[in-house]
Write a protein that binds this ligand. Structure first.
Ligand SMILES: Nc1ncnc2c1ncn2[C@@H]1O[C@H](COP(=O)(O)OP(=O)(O)OP(=O)(O)O)[C@@H](O)[C@H]1O
Ligand SMILES: [Mg+2]
Length: 237
């Protein structure tokens, strides 16, 4: 299976979501080999993976790949070959800066495309102007890909009423795009943990003696497992 987290707008949680779902227990149980693929020339995950390697952390079933070639063939072949050798591939797909062709190819290649979007008119209009035209093109070229595009509400208030949240998104989302029935709440824990090359579970083990931190990480882990389970159930629809 191939899952992509994509947004043309920056700073919406693509990379963090890609990492956390990759290392979730849910995905680890469901797949034998998992490839985390960064298509972003920024290389956020590449530096993070480098830190992991320096620290000697276990990678378990996960391999990491960074592809940012501007050459179309290199880019496309890279993605295809990683997909061939892994049961699950999770891609961190940027928008602006990489060129629309790359974004379109990567999104069209996915079985499931997850679009992190904040509840803000800024994010909505950026989505309609930049990413939505790409989605429409993909579906017009291949109508069977309708149903693959899902927005995930991100940085929501942890106590937000979820029913209200989902119906808000359903109302503003255009054709071909639905709202995933899971949210990615804002949590302070994300400000620190991934700088040290850790994943959430490893961070939880490190802060287990600090009650306040421990509770926060546990909640974040619950969010991620629920997101991963929801993604898997949508993939089976
Ligand atoms: N659930 C969360 N709550 C609060 N902050 C978060 C959360 N998830 C991620 N962040 C923080 O938000 C910022 C953006 O996250 P991230 O790098 O994952 O987004 P991105 O979409 O990949 O950004 P870019 O467009 O720069 O690649 C980071 O500083 C990250 O630590
Ligand atoms: Mg990123």
């Amino acid at each position: 299976m191939i899952i992509g987290f994509v947004q043309t707008k920056g700073g919406t949680g693509k990379s963090t979501l890609a990492v956390n779902t990759t290392f979730s227990k849910t995905m680890s149980k469901a797949f034998e080999s998992i490839a985390l693929v960064e298509l972003d020339p920024q290389g956020t995950l590449k530096s993070w993976w480098g830190e992991r390697e320096d620290m000697g952390y276990e990678t378990e079933k996960v391999s990491f790949h960074h592809i940012s070639s501007t050459q179309k063939e290199v880019f496309q072949q890279g993605i295809k070959s990683i997909a061939t050798y892994n049961d699950l591939m999770i891609m961190d797909i940027p928008g602006e800066g990489t060129g629309k062709l790359h974004t379109r190819f990567a999104c069209a290649f996915c079985d499931l495309v997850i679009i992190p979007m904040r509840m803000s008119t800024n994010d909505e209009s950026a989505f309609m102007a930049n990413l939505y035209p790409i989605i429409k093109q993909i579906i017009q070229a291949a109508p069977e890909k309708n149903g693959r595009f899902h927005v995930i509400p991100v940085f929501t208030h942890p106590l937000m009423n979820l029913e209200k949240c989902f119906s808000y998104y359903e109302e503003i989302l255009p054709h071909y795009v639905t709202c995933l029935k899971a949210v990615y709440p804002a949590r302070t824990v994300y400000e620190n943990f991934n700088r040290r090359g850790l994943n959430l579970n490893e961070y939880a083990a490190i802060v287990k003696s600090n009650k306040k931190f421990k509770q926060q990480v546990e909640k974040a882990i619950e969010d991620v497992e629920l997101i991963s389970k929801t993604i898997l159930s949508v993939s089976k629809e």
